[in-house]
Design a protein around this ligand. Structure first.
Ligand code: COA
Length: 672
């Protein structure tokens, strides 16, 4: 199995899972080195991580001179723990099947449930199909660092053919900043770039504090990719390229886009130090001077259906100027999008949500983007700031960590004047556009505008209380908020729906997420009771507590690698890989209903009032993301206008009402 070892200066791919650095062989220690190497390692006081890498390298005679005689490796604090991270487990089959039945119970009627029960029994019987698939899956898990990671990358991201914009790539709205007008926009943007480069220094030095879940260190793999990755469109499947931090060809530039025109900007000086803010500012002024009028919005092609864009990309690349420009964009560390003015209307936050998610349409800023690039920082002319990111390399939390750092930097750092060097002129990235590409751009504009019109978005700042209240009631804030969402949905639709909440599995090496299924038998009982005036309030409180505790238990199991969704997906995919038919269990209408997530939700906390916004995952569903602060709660709710069944305004009102009712219920009962 292929894996990578990333040092500060180079990434290496190897093909042997057993000997991977992260699943370190115990017998490979410094003691096993010949005396000459032992002395070398001790003389350079390498960390235990580096020693392990070097020992492995020596053991296999890897042709990687840096391991032995290159520049000293950085301290490696950020990756020191990776070698001790456990591997993602394959849960017990019976446990998953039992939990599956429990989670679908509130979603289907008795007849459907009985049929599903039979299918589950058949699948899980001793010597049955489930058992043989489970054996295959366990074998895969023994052979790989993470039995799921490449499957998940393909299934969730790279094989998905809908546009990444709205459907995949989240936008993150930062609290409005205090600037307005073009000149202040550029001053803030320069500060932002300096703040992001400041964070990148930490990543390069591997000194980013290790994320933790309580005391448990989490996998930091995603951090590396933030500045090195780019998605490329393909035919039927995209790819993510990760440009290793190679010595010779290490990316040193960012791409700035203004008025739909792209410029490559080297942001390091001759000593490899990030440019100072004033120099970045001067460079941005040059970019703006050279792009006074809107250019042809080539970037809008990245909002297309992936197969369509893949075809155009292939054609575009045939021209050598285009190829060079595409490479400059793909290899850039990140993009900076200097947006034109946007008419905000009455609801400023929601308007910023639109700008961050899709740019506002072909007449506004949607062509002022390159949606395949992992990180795009957006700076408007009226204090609007945020990110839109391509999701395949990372989840929200590493991006938020970067964003929080950047906001800290912008609010604290004094403007530092650098030495008066004259950096290279920003390089304009030219595109040669023939008629067929121009037609593709025309089509992309139309298609994007339809999508923009279809997005129903509602950002809600619930100010009455924050996560401090459920804590004061000895309830998990996350589970409590999830129950408020269940109640809101029930108020509007009078039924429960399959609900997805992202649970992080970064406790495991290369872990990403699994599904916390928030709709349960207990949550449905709680919702029904809340809508029934004959139920005594004390009974409602008991049902609320039971529902919250049930959710918390499910969440804890999920983050501990005992979720059911990725396991079921694994059983399905291993059957397909073995050339078998998809098992009946997955063709069952109950399963289809169980994965039709009308509520797709995620908690993405930030120390600022930032709010992540993503689209629904089904045509008749909602996407809900929340950032719970101590004394208030921020929500972003999305849906599609084309669905007659959804209405974000209605769900937002029901959610706020639910939160108020739940508080009143708990407070009144506490007084009795
Ligand atoms: N009484 C009092 N306090 C409680 C409590 C209780 N019964 N239960 C929990 N708390 C406290 C916790 O100690 C914690 O305290 P802190 O704020 O001091 O850290 C706080 O409440 C929050 O805990 P909780 O609300 O239970 O949730 P969590 O922070 O553990 O998060 C998940 C739960 C599932 C959201 C989290 O584990 C996770 O997986 N997050 C990643 C999601 C993700 O990847 N999203 C990105 C998608 S792009």
């Amino acid at each position: 199995m292929a894996f990578s070892v990333i040092t500060r200066s180079r990434s290496y791919d190897y093909n042997d899972a057993e000997d991977s650095v992260f699943g370190m062989r115990q017998d490979l220690t410094v003691q096993n080195l010949p005396t000459r190497r032992k002395r070398f390692v001790r003389r350079h006081s390498y960390s235990p991580y580096e020693v392990k890498v070097k020992t492995l390298a020596h053991h296999h005679q890897w042709k990687a001179p840096e391991f032995f005689c290159g520049a000293k490796l950085p301290p490696g604090r950020m990756v020191l723990h990776q070698s001790s991270l456990p591997r993602l487990p394959v849960p017990n089959l019976c446990q998953t099947l039992e939990k599956y039945l429990l989670t679908v119970r509130p979603l289907v009627d008795d007849t459907a449930f009985q049929k599903t029960k039979q299918l589950v029994e058949e699948f899980g019987k001793s010597g049955g199909l489930g058992e043989s698939l489970q054996t295959k899956l366990k074998k895969r898990a023994q052979e790989r660092q993470n039995w799921l990671d490449d499957w998940w990358l393909h299934t969730a991201y790279l094989d998905y053919r809908e546009p990444v914009v709205i459907h995949v790539s989240p936008g993150i709205v930062c609290p409005p900043q205090n600037f307005s007008g073009k000149e202040e926009q550029l001053q803030f943007a320069a500060k932002l770039v300096a703040g992001v480069l400041d964070y990148k220094v930490q990543i390069d030095d591997q000194s980013v504090p290790i994320d933790k879940l309580r005391t448990q260190p989490l996998c930091m793999d995603q951090y590396y990719k933030l500045f090195l990755a780019c998605r490329l469109p393909g035919d039927q499947r995209d790819q993510v390229v990760v440009y290793g931090p190679d010595c010779d060809d290490r990316p040193r530039h960012i791409v700035v886009v203004h008025n739909n025109q792209f410029f490559s900007l080297d942001v390091y000086d001759n000593n490899g130090k990030p440019l100072s803010q004033d120099l970045i500012h001067a460079q941005l002024q040059r970019v703006v001077c050279q792009s006074k009028d809107p250019g042809v919005p080539v970037g809008i092609l990245t909002t297309e259906n992936r197969d369509t864009w893949g075809r155009v990309y292939k054609a575009l690349k045939k021209d050598k100027h285009n190829k060079r420009s595409l490479e400059a964009i793909n290899k850039s560390m990140f993009m900076l999008c200097l947006d034109q003015e946007t008419d905000r209307g009455a609801d400023r936050w929601t308007s910023m949500g639109h700008q961050l998610m899709h740019g506002g349409g072909s007449q506004l800023n949607s062509g002022n983007r390159w949606f395949d690039k992992t990180l795009q920082f957006i700076v408007g002319t009226d204090g609007a700031v945020g990110i839109v990111y391509e999701h395949s390399p990372a989840e929200g939390p590493p991006i938020i960590a970067l964003l929080d750092h950047m906001l800290d930097f912008c609010s604290q750092a004094p403007e530092v004047k650098g030495p008066s060097v004259q950096p290279m002129e920003p390089e304009r990235l030219f595109f040669s556009l023939n008629d067929s590409v121009l037609e593709a751009i025309h089509n992309a504009k139309q298609n994007l505008d339809i999508q923009v019109q279809d997005l129903d978005l509602h950002l809600v700042m619930f100010k009455t209380y924050g996560k401090g209240f459920p804590k004061s009631q000895r309830l998990s804030p996350d589970s409590y908020i999830q129950m408020a969402m269940q109640l809101a949905f029930y108020k509007v639709y009078k039924v429960a729906c399959a609900t997805y909440e992202s649970g992080s599995t970064r406790m495991f090496h290369l872990g990403r997420t699994d599904t916390i299924r928030s709709a349960s038998v207990q949550s449905l009982k709680f919702c029904q009771a809340m809508q029934d005036s004959t139920v005594h309030p004390s009974e409602k409180v008991a049902l609320l507590r039971r529902a919250v505790e049930g959710h918390k238990k499910y969440a804890q199991e999920t983050v501990s690698g005992q979720g059911i969704d990725r396991h079921l997906l694994g059983l399905k995919l291993i059957a397909v890989e073995a050339g078998l038919d998809v098992p009946d269990l997955f063709v069952d209408s109950t399963y289809q209903q169980a994965v039709h997530f009308k509520l797709s939700t995620s908690q993405v906390p930030s120390k600022y009032d930032s709010l992540l916004c993503f689209g629904p995952v089904v045509p008749d569903g909602y996407g809900v993301c929340y950032n719970p602060a101590q004394d208030h709660l921020n929500f972003c709710i999305s849906a599609f206008n084309s669905s007659w069944q959804t209405d974000t305004g209605k769900l937002a009102a029901a959610l706020q009402q639910s939160l108020l009712e739940m508080q009143e219920l708990l407070q009144t009962q506490a007084k009795l």
